[in-house]
Ligand binder design. Structure first.
Ligand code: PHE
Length: 346
């Protein structure tokens, strides 16, 4: 016999021991048990040896082949384990290194105030509705009792978009949109952005309003008074004085402007040193709301019978309320995204 099987076995062990990659092992597999592999040829040679030796030799060769396969599997496993260990070793993350902290954001002060206002109304059973920022002439003006040539349209400093469309100048068009779709009783607020061509320390071309309205069969001016007095005292101070002055809006009749006692000087008009209060300019009152009983003409536009339903509506400026609550003197601060400003409200 050319080569003792013991020698082949030792050779196999040596060769496998030197393999360091899967490819080398694959190579070895071909070399030994491939079509022209060493073990393959030995097995094929069985037919040439005397038949009385064949069973013994066959058994030995099969055992050797099994040994080869087992050793190869074991080596593959060992290589894989070694690779895993290498990755764990080399790619170890140093968890003691300080990471990059991401800064915690905060809610914008305007949205804080908006949410607070919304909460007051939700507790009173109002629901929230929204409408489009780009509004058509009909909803922004016409159905609110402002026909094409109505002088009240001039007060609104409208941004025109194209043809029949404008950036809504107030949230009142959403009154129309809700009433068109639904029947009383309604108790709805509409928070949202509005737009007017106006830009100085107390006016921004984009600002926010919370509109509200209540419609049912017997809503009276005293409901308006009760609801809004309660709301203002929730938003400002429980004991703050509230004042109703006659006013005009085309979509309410009668209309009122509602003032609250100055939050800085508590309605005295002057500071402790006798200086004019810089918030109310000595008037002791701050105008905070426009409101009124919904005009019968508006009800007719949405298909309600003004003989059967009545209601009140109001609109308030969120920026103005936030400025008064926080003592902010320039409305532009809200929109400049200066973190030194925004961080103060966290
Ligand atoms: N829409 C009015 C404005 O923007 C406010 C208002 C709303 C007045 C509802 C009365 C009723 O000035």
């Amino acid at each position: 016999m050319e080569e003792s099987l013991q020698a082949v076995r030792e050779e196999i062990l040596g060769r496998i021991g030197h393999c360091t990659t899967d490819q080398e092992i694959e190579q070895l597999r071909v070399e030994y048990v491939g079509r022209k592999g060493k073990l393959t040829l030995l097995l094929r040679g069985l037919k040439d040896i005397p038949s009385e030796q064949r069973p013994q030799r066959g058994a030995e060769l099969n055992e050797l082949r099994g040994f080869f396969e087992a050793e190869i599997e074991a080596r593959l496993k060992a290589l894989k384990r070694g690779e895993k260990e290498r990755i764990l070793r080399e790619e170890r993350v140093d968890i003691t290194l300080p990471g990059n902290r991401s800064e915690r954001g905060g809610v914008h002060p305007l949205m804080l105030v908006m949410d607070e206002i919304i909460d007051v109304f939700l507790r009173m059973g109002f629901e929230v509705a929204r409408g489009p920022d780009i509004e058509d002439d009909y909803h922004n003006f016409e159905a609110l009792n402002m026909p094409k040539d109505h002088p009240a349209r001039d007060m609104q400093d409208t941004f025109f978009v194209s043809g029949d469309h404008v950036l809504r100048t107030h949230t009142s068009p959403v009154q129309i949109r809700v009433m068109e779709r639904r029947k009383p009783p309604l108790q709805v607020i509409v928070p949202g952005a509005v737009y007017r061509h106006d830009d100085d320390a107390t006016h921004s071309p984009m600002f926010h309003q919370v509109e509200g309205f209540m419609v049912d069969s017997h809503i009276s001016f005293s409901d308006l008074k009760g609801v809004l007095t309660h709301v203002l005292r929730q938003i400002f101070e429980e004991k703050a004085g509230v004042r109703f002055r006659p006013s005009f809006f085309p979509f309410t009749e009668p209309s009122a402007e509602i003032d609250i006692q100055c939050v800085l000087c508590s309605g005295r008009g002057r500071t402790g040193e006798g200086q004019l209060c810089r918030v109310c300019k000595g008037s002791a009152w701050l105008e905070i709301l426009g409101a009124g009983m919904i005009d019968p003409a508006v009800f007719r536009f949405v298909g309600y019978d003004p003989e059967k339903v009545s209601g009140f509506a109001f609109g308030m400026g969120v920026e103005r309320i936030a400025m008064l609550k926080f003592g902010i003197e320039d409305i532009r601060l809200f929109f400049q995204n200066d973190l030194r400003f925004l961080k103060q409200f966290r």
